[in-house]
Design a binder for this molecule. Sequence first.
Ligand SMILES: Cc1ncc(COP(=O)(O)O)c(C=O)c1O
Length: 402
Amino acid sequence: MESAIASPSVVDLERQYLLQNYARYPLVLHRGKGCYVYDTAGKRYLDLIAGIGVSALGYAHPRLTKVIREQAALLLHTSNLYYHEYQGPLAARVARASGLDRVFFSNSGTESMEGALKMARAHGRKSGAEKYEVVSLENSFHGRTLGALSITGQEKYRRDFEPLLTGVHFVPRNDITALEQVVSGRTAAIVFELVQGEGGIHPLTAEFVRKARELADRYDALLIFDEIQCGVGRPGTYFAYQLIDPPVLPDVMVAAKPLACGIPLGVIAANERAAAAIGSGMHGSTFGGGPLACRIALEFFDILDPLLPRIVQVGDYFRMRLNELAKRYSFIKEVRGFGLMIGVELDIPGKQIVLDAIEAGLLINCTHDTVLRMLPPYILTEKEVDRGITILNRVLKKAKAG
Ligand SMILES: Cc1ncc(COP(=O)(O)O)c(C=O)c1O
């Protein structure tokens, strides 16, 4: 992989001084522009994974660059001891977009999920010490901190850290009978991703989501949607639950990844019933909701509004082109997803395909060993889709021959 070979000094330093938890691809990135990134040797890559769904407006977006410059010269951090100009307006924006009432800002997906779980615990506790159970889904992914890990339904992430939180039940996705069997008066929350991301781009059915809403209401549990990967514009609506007609509103929604387009920012949005569980001093974050992140997120929402219909169009076009490839390569089993959240299920391992794609100038990712995952920037055009398909076709041809 000629120009993509990582500079030895960077790799050596990481090998010597970093925890060895990441299995990086051999690529040192230097800069980005639009939907492209460039390595230190100047080689260009079409980026269809976008920092695992974070760089929603691609790279060096002129409007974001402008507000970052301005804000950096004004005020980077205040702590939550004081007000600043942007947290209130952003909270109002998130409330309007989500249909929920109150907002808390954090710095990541997992931190948002921790806060949501605390909200569920505190909500349940008002009814009694026994009401602390959480119902989650098999194959789910909710983050790496201990609470979020406790409700993550994948053994490989959990096993080294057990025992985790008790009282968590996992049910298979879309299994209404299993859901009905475990939700009870002891349930404090039902939590799921509307489209399982890390689990392989698997959407939930509207019937399952409606049943969860009904059960949460019946047992006074909080219905929590994890929109960290599937939300914030990616489905072509603000949030994936808005794809369901009529929409099913959660009590609590957590989001993060694209919110501030690369500056860490997470959010918990809640209705009044759920928000009432968290009183003064019960939760907080030193960095959460700082002026830089909030100002960027406000600019992002302004840019996002007119982009939403394009996300649907370009996403549909992308899936159509991928389905053409599926006719040519029998090892493609299925193309799934909504908007610009796309999974291509193979019946062969995807790892070598991802490596070959990097070499050919295309960044994608593989989850669950056999699902090629694409979470491209929202500014992706049909022309860039065509370019990605041309490269992918070349790579798949090699996989077929091999
Ligand atoms: C659905 C979902 N929940 C939670 C997380 C954790 O987010 P973070 O890595 O920002 O902590 C992720 C990250 O990929 C995710 O996809």
